[in-house]
Design a protein around this ligand. Structure first.
Ligand code: UDP
Length: 330
């Protein structure tokens, strides 16, 4: 049986996808340098984890030489927006140069199916919402820029080499496996839901709401929070689409629901039954006021839509992870 190479499979979204795919019987190899990923996030001990860098052409070459790989799901990337501003080289090297090595090896071995973790950060400041896939792409930080550049390169590769791709533009990845066995563990943590849950749990003194004077329903930023397992099922749908020889696909992955920071805090209080200690602070630089998806294209082309449309389900699974045996840390 041909195999699927999953880069960054020990990371947050990668590990949830690895778990669902292994439960569905896919043959998987994971390549991860474990800089931000966690070995423990790969639950199934039968899955082969190769620890190494995408930029290591020799290692990647050996993977393709010894395994029959029919597609790559490419999660491995750096994704801290602030760091991308202070250290863009790290982002352009890791998010563009390294995957170009991988893709060169793929082409050498005749593997032409590439599923790419893109992002709504490629759109930059929204001109309208919900955002569809034709919204102009003007990223406002090197992270978004690096993702957009790889999209453009892949479009050229498709035209010239018939290299096939799926671009999955995530909105706000969140939540955890419903059983709480794997979940989100970033260091440093910058994302809203785990920070609120830390505040509820007493691991942080409070959550700071970044800005209350946005032109939104309650003055706080609005985002589209998409469950990590929903992202995982979208990757499987995109994989099957490419394996069937269908043309490239570009999809937003969101629920279509905009949730404000204040609404999120209220939902956490409802799910956990505890009060969230809140401090109201200044806007964070580079935060657009609202970002939520028009996700209808993914349904039309991949037959995919989010299963977890209520943010309370997302919070409840993240809370199970946080209060479980690992305490939300690997
Ligand atoms: N946010 C906040 N306080 C925090 C972290 C985030 O108010 O400590 C807000 C942030 O301004 C944004 C939303 O929560 O509007 C989601 O932020 P996150 O960093 O999780 O994701 P992003 O949308 O930046 O990718």
């Amino acid at each position: 049986m041909a195999k699927i190479l999953i880069t960054g499979g020990a990371g947050y979204i990668g590990s949830h996808t690895v778990r669902l795919m292994s439960e569905k019987g896919y043959e998987i190899i994971v390549l991860d340098n474990l800089v931000y990923g966690h070995r423990e996030a790969i639950l199934n001990p039968e899955i082969e984890l190769v620890v190494g860098d995408l930029g290591d052409t020799e290692l990647v070459g050996r993977l393709f030489e010894y395994h029959d790989i029919e597609a790559v799901i490419h999660f491995a990337a750096y994704a801290f927006v602030g760091e991308s501003v202070t250290d863009p080289e790290k982002y352009y090297q890791n998010n563009i140069a390294a995957p170009l090595n991988l893709i060169a090896v793929m082409r050498k071995y005749g593997c032409n199916n590439f599923i790419f973790s893109s992002t709504c950060a490629t759109y930059g400041n929204p001109e309208y919402a919900p955002l569809d896939e034709n919204h102009p792409q003007n990223p406002i930080n090197p992270y978004g820029q690096s993702k957009l550049m790889l999209e453009k390169i892949l479009k050229d590769y498709h035209k010239a080499y018939n290299f096939n791709y799926a671009f999955l533009r995530y909105f706000n990845a969140s939540g955890a496996s419903p059983d709480g066995l794997i979940g989100e563990d970033h260091n440093p943590e910058t994302h809203l839901i785990p920070l609120i849950l830390d505040a509820v749990n007493g691991d942080r003194p409070h959550i700071t709401v970044f800005g209350t004077d946005y032109e939104t329903q309650d003055g706080t930023c609005v985002r589209d929070y998409i469950h990590v397992d929903d992202l995982a099922t979208a990757h499987i749908a995109a994989l099957e689409h490419l394996k069937a020889g269908k043309p490239p696909v570009i999809c937003n992955l969101g629920t279509g629901n905009g949730v404000s920071v204040k609404e999120m805090i209220a939902a956490v209080e409802e799910v956990t039954g505890k009060q969230v200690p809140v401090v109201y602070g200044e806007r964070r630089a580079g935060d657009p006021p609202f970002l939520f998806a028009n996700a209808t294209h993914a349904k039309a082309v991949l037959g995919w839509e989010a299963k977890y449309k209520d943010v309370k389900d997302i919070i409840s699974h993240a809370w199970t992870w946080k209060t479980g045996a690992r305490g939300g840390k690997y």
